[in-house]
Design a protein around this ligand. Structure first.
Ligand code: NCD
Ligand code: ZN
Length: 349
């Protein structure tokens, strides 16, 4: 039976469960994009230096609140950057402060600003024990870092070598496998217990590695984990639109200045926050699953984190618009995904 494609949809306001907004003037430039779309966002702690304790997270949170446009109702959900030395007592402090929602594990060297990350997860076991006890989720950048492992295999190897043993040692620790990019990860999460969930970015639902490498190298399509082959994109789309409540929206929008992207050794990260929900709508539209968008963008995340869904709605219209060539980023500019090209859904204010 052929269905007519909707031209307008109303969904509960989404949340972004994985977001980079940086600090200082850059923060001021990018946070309004997310605050316009989302009720809440999980704020990644990979600043330089990283946000490693509750006090620093509190200061960072204040700077975010101060950077919000007037009359916006947006809640930053803060995270701590796990290190080899994160004290066990910090976990209780984090929980007690009321504004920290999770702890982020970066394997040292895995991605942007991860040098202070964890070199051996066993060093963190007492801390993870406490997180399991208190129900504070662990968010993982799921890639191994060993030099000899091919970059396209790093997520799969992380599952086999790191995640499976970790889950077996902490079966009741809530874990979000962040920005999954492979069929292996989607299958693994689907088959795991209710303690394991995953975020999926819009760009991994919309693009494969050809979009980065065919017809010339595209620095603005380079991110970590790197885009994978089409079969993986298809598997992610299937998982996101499956209605399974383990999968939810996490843009991993990661702004970098134009010069830091367009250079001989460019930074990893795509900026998608300006049109996050529209990009997801495109992906779900492609999968003929717009009816599953709200669950993915607005319901599954709060359910996993033990929060209520947002209490207002947004409207999305099928409408083609052209993305600006750049957006301001402090004194610099950043190049958004689809710069100068079109997006086929538009958020109505
Ligand atoms: C992120 C960043 O720039 O902070 N980059 C990216 O490519 N996603 C870090 C990360 O989430 O890996
Ligand atoms: Zn990220």
């Amino acid at each position: 039976m052929s269905q007519q494609k909707p031209s307008i949809i109303h969904i509960i306001r989404p949340d972004d469960w994985h977001l980079h907004i940086r600090a200082g003037e850059g923060l001021k430039s990018v946070i309004p994009h997310t605050a316009r779309q989302c009720g809440r966002a999980i704020i990644m702690p990979n600043l330089t230096p990283p946000v490693i304790n509750t006090e620093q997270a509190g200061i960072y949170r204040q700077s975010i609140l101060a950077a919000l446009p007037e009359n916006t109702h947006f809640t930053p959900l803060m995270t701590l950057y796990l290190t080899n030395d994160t004290p066990v007592e910090e976990i209780q402090k984090a929980l007690d402060c009321g504004f920290i929602a999770a702890v982020k594990l970066y394997p040292a060297g895995a991605t942007t600003n991860s040098d202070a990350g964890v070199t051996d997860i066993k060093k963190c076991y007492p801390t993870l024990e406490k997180m399991q006890e208190l129900g504070l989720p662990l968010l993982v950048h799921g890639e191994v870092t060993a030099a000899e492992i091919d970059i396209f295999d790093r997520e799969k190897r992380f599952i086999d070598d790191k995640l499976i043993p970790l889950i077996s040692d902490f079966p009741e620790l809530k874990i979000v496998f962040e920005h999954i990019t492979t069929a292996d990860a989607a299958d693994f999460v689907t088959q795991s217990s209710a303690y394991i969930a995953a975020t999926i970015t819009a760009h991994h639902l919309l693009m494969n590695r050809n979009d980065m490498l065919v017809g010339g190298i595209k620095p603005h399509h380079y991110c970590l984990p790197v885009l994978k082959r089409e079969t993986h994109r298809q598997a992610l789309l299937k998982a996101a639109a499956s209605g399974n409540n383990k999968f939810f929206m996490g843009t991993d929008s990661a702004p970098h200045s134009r010069q830091n992207k367009e250079t001989a050794c460019g930074c990893a990260g795509m900026f998608t926050a300006f049109a996050a929900i529209e990009l997801y709508a495109e992906a779900f539209d492609e999968a003929s699953s717009l009816d599953k968008l709200e669950q993915f963008s607005s319901l599954n995340g709060p359910l996993f984190y033990g929060l209520e869904a947002n209490n207002d709605m947004i409207t999305l219209q099928r409408e083609k618009w052209t993305v600006p060539d750049s957006y301001p980023f402090g004194d610099d500019q950043l190049i958004p995904l689809r710069a100068g090209q079109s997006i086929h859904w538009k958020l109505k204010s």
